[in-house]
Design a protein around this ligand. Structure first.
Ligand code: UD1
Ligand code: UDP
Length: 373
């Protein structure tokens, strides 16, 4: 098969690496980079560290408002797909690149595969939630990282073409953690002691579009009496600069780090503070307590089993949770076995993948009758 894989943002490069390797054993894969992320530390570094093949096409769309970015991407991607005529398009996650991949493929009647399907925060104000809703509705084959995600889809009447694959981010982590341990020098470069620091990341719209939330989060970091390493996303850096926020000496704000350094920082942290979806999952894979700087999460089961605590941007809650949070001993495997990419490749290869194959009426209980009074 000729398969087009779409990537554009940091987590997509990481997820693409194991999938690309598995797909290329059986198929011809064409990698399209939308250009959504473009700084060296947000894009190229992942291609280098994960041995991800060079993109065949870079649409070089760059940043913009949601409308500008998705509109430009859609025009460029449509042209590329017209040239390529692939047998299917693979998208992952919930970014604007994911949304555009879904729209372009569906409008061109190309079978669509969505990896990391069925994630739901049930907060429609998140741009990612809108992207997920569209991608899942349009996908012909849907791969879920947890059983909960399979259930979310079923609750929306999406049951055909849905598979529990496990998480390709776990594949990536298992493949790269030994490499990170052998090669990363981030702890000595930063002077951090394994087990004696917190790792923080912040980039979600809820915390960066709201100056108040970012101020409160930075204030909480400054008040915590423990070393914190904080690789800062460019979106967050721009707001920090605009607001003139500063950090106490124990908060080490650094540029975004490459994946291997990030795995090293995560696996040696005492706890992780984050609003990232990927980092919440990696904290779980590594059995590191996770404190989530949001009011809700897609990763409901990590909260239910007691390894993830939601604190929003509430400074008191952040500070007391950092001090007191103690996850239980039980740590059930929620995200599969680290072989998701192979499973996904097998299912794509074995089934006759057809556009619209899962789009049909689903029997649901009859709606309540209207009563005339
Ligand atoms: C995007 C995704 C989000 C994902 C995140 C991963 C959407 C709607 N959001 O958010 O789901 O969690 O990527 O990191 O797709 N910027 C740079 N250099 C870059 C990239 C971005 O300076 O290489 C700055 C620009 O000012 C840009 C801003 O970051 O406007 C936001 O970038 P964008 O890709 O729109 O969204 P993210 O916040 O990165
Ligand atoms: N990551 C990284 N360097 C950083 C921050 C994050 O390599 O400085 C990795 C992280 O380990 C995870 C992925 O990027 O694999 C998560 O991406 P991000 O937080 O940008 O997006 P999200 O997962 O929230 O969509």
């Amino acid at each position: 098969m000729k398969i087009v894989s779409i990537v554009g943002a940091r987590p997509e490069f990481i997820q693409a690496a194991p999938v690309s390797r598995a797909l290329r054993r059986k198929h011809r894969e064409i990698l399209i980079h939308t250009g959504q992320h473009y700084d060296y530390r947000m894009s190229r570094v992942f291609f280098e560290h994960l041995q991800l093949p060079e993109p065949d096409i870079d649409l070089e769309v760059g940043s913009g408002s949601h409308g500008e970015q998705t509109g430009e991407m859609l025009m460029s991607l449509e042209r590329a797909l017209l040239d390529m005529k692939p047998d299917c398009v693979v998208i992952r996650g919930d970014t604007n690149s994911t949304l555009v991949g879904a729209l372009a493929a569906a409008k061109m009647h190309i079978p669509l595969v969505h990896i990391e399907a069925g994630e739901r925060s049930y907060n429609k104000r998140m741009p990612e939630e809108i992207n997920r809703l569209v991608a899942d509705r349009l996908a012909d084959l849907l791969f879920c990282v947890t059983q909960t995600a399979v259930r979310h889809l079923a609750e929306e009447g999406i049951v055909k073409g849905v598979h529990y694959s496990g998480d390709v981010m776990l594949d990536a982590l298992q493949q790269n953690l030994p490499v990170a341990r052998a090669t990363s020098t981030i702890l000595s470069r930063t002077g951090l002691l394994a087990g004696y620091y917190l790792l923080a990341t912040v980039h979600r719209a809820v915390n960066t579009d709201s100056p108040e939330n970012l101020r409160r989060i930075v204030g909480a970091f400054n008040a915590i009496r423990e070393p914190i390493v904080f690789p800062v996303h460019p979106r967050t850096q721009a707001v920090i600069d605009r607001l003139g926020l500063s950090f106490a000496p124990h908060v080490l704000a650094i540029e975004p780090v490459g994946y291997l350094d990030m795995l090293m920082l995560e696996s040696n942290a005492r706890a992780i503070l984050t609003d990232s979806g990927g980092v919440q999952r990696e904290a779980y894979f590594l059995s590191i307590p996770c404190i989530t700087l949001r009011d809700e999460t897609e990763l409901h089961e990590t909260v239910e089993v007691g390894w993830n605590q939601l604190v929003g941007a509430n400074p008191e809650l952040i500070i007391t949770t950092v001090r007191d949070f103690m996850p239980p001993v039980e740590h059930p495997p929620l995200f599969g076995d680290g072989h998701a990419a192979e499973r996904i490749t097998d299912i794509i290869s074995n089934g006759a993948l057809e556009f619209g194959q899962n789009y049909d009426r689903v029997a649901v209980p009859a709606p309540a009758q209207m009563v005339t009074i």
